[in-house]
Write a new protein. Structure first.
Lengths: 139, 235
């Protein structure tokens, strides 16, 4: 049907693909720690030793946990299994709110206390008009 | 079946089609913009910033779609030694690259008011940046190599390397913790975007697709003129 050259070129492409997919898989698997943008409180709890480097932790801002004083913002990041207390000085993004996603960049003091140097709000995949949100809340 | 591809016949289509596509694009784009900027509601959480999504998401989809198409065309052209497939791939690339850049820029503009940062080195954003670099390499290699045989091989090679990145972009938000939110529109599971916002998104996607088609037809037409000028009536 097809010539020998066509078959060989097909084989070449197929082998190239398999090789690349396997290499990409191995590379990404071994780099997993660096690929993730933030760690969850549960992952922090599992650390054998405290990281001195700047890291990012992420999760939900716990309900009723935000307390804002003159020069400090305190809140709790939770993944509904474990929690970390965060302190931060500075302005927070507009979308920073309780029961919403957050990513904090900074340093771990110990496994329960985190001193943030930057706060990012994480947006979820839900998009809806305010009326619909209000109706959902009523139900 | 590709052997009897006649530039003259296709040229008749590609030289006339752009004006109709342009006409259609203007209509769909006007409806899309009116829906996206005026008629659609604001979001409960991000308010008017949601309107950036109507440009950002279609642009990202189209850049990924065109990248995959170019890969498919290059590989098929490489296996069956078909020049036409490479010319179609070459003509598709510029709009794919432009939409990739638009997705990155609009994402950055959206990120500042919502996340609180212009840029984050998370998996989705970084892999999207890598895609644009592959587009750039692809486009540059068409300019570097004069020899056709060589440019076909080089571009196919670039696309095979780059296409590995496409599933990584798609699933980056599911595989790893990213700042970027997961997909809102899912074919198999529930879509988490309200219908009043889904409608303008779809219209804008149609408009951008028509725009890509328009640019493609014009680019492809130029390629055919080059062939005609060389005095070849067949490829």
């Amino acid at each position: 049907m097809y010539g020998r050259k066509v078959k060989l070129r097909f084989l070449f492409i197929a082998i190239a693909f398999i090789t690349l997919i396997l290499s990409a898989f191995l590379v990404l698997k071994s780099l997993e720690e660096n690929v993730i943008y933030f760690q969850s409180p549960s992952e922090i709890k599992l650390l054998s030793e405290l990281d001195k480097k700047k890291i990012r932790i992420g999760g939900m801002v716990k309900k009723n946990s935000i307390s804002i004083t003159a020069n400090e913002v305190k809140f709790i990041i939770t993944d509904f299994k474990n929690e970390i207390n965060v302190t931060y000085t500075g302005a927070v993004p507009n979308l920073f709110a309780e029961e919403k996603g957050v990513v904090a960049e900074g340093f771990l003091k110990d496994k329960n206390f985190f001193s943030a140097t930057k706060i990012l709000a994480k947006h979820d995949e839900n998009y809806m008009p305010p009326e619909v949100k209000a109706a959902l809340k009523e139900n | 079946m590709f052997k009897f591809f006649e530039p003259n016949k296709i040229f008749q289509v590609t030289s006339k089609a752009p004006k109709y596509v342009l006409f259609l694009f203007i209509i769909v784009f006007s409806i899309g913009l009116t829906e996206a900027l005026i008629l659609s509601p604001e979001d409960y959480k991000q308010s008017h910033a949601v309107r950036i999504m109507y440009v950002h998401v279609p642009a990202a989809w189209i850049s990924l779609g065109i990248f995959s198409s170019i890969t498919f065309l290059s590989i098929t052209g490489f296996i069956f030694k078909n020049k036409n497939f490479f010319l179609i791939a070459k003509s598709l690339a510029p709009s794919g690259f432009v939409f990739n850049i638009i997705a990155l820029v609009t994402g950055s503009i959206w990120g500042k008011p919502t996340w609180g940062t212009w840029w984050a080195w998370d998996a989705r954003i970084t892999s999207m940046l890598i895609l644009s670099l592959f587009y750039a390499m692809y486009l540059i290699s068409w300019r570097i190599y004069e020899n056709e045989e060589k440019v076909f091989k080089v571009t196919t090679f670039i696309m095979i390397l780059g296409v590995i990145n496409v599933p990584i972009i798609k699933y980056s938000v599911d595989w790893w913790n990213t700042l970027h939110q997961p997909a809102s529109i899912n074919i198999l599971s529930k879509t988490s975007i309200h219908s009043s916002m889904l409608f303008p998104l779809m219209i804008m996607t149609a408009a951008f697709t028509l725009f890509s088609l328009l640019i493609f037809l014009m680019k492809y037409n130029t390629e055919l003129i080059k062939i005609k000028n060389k005095g070849l009536d067949r490829l």
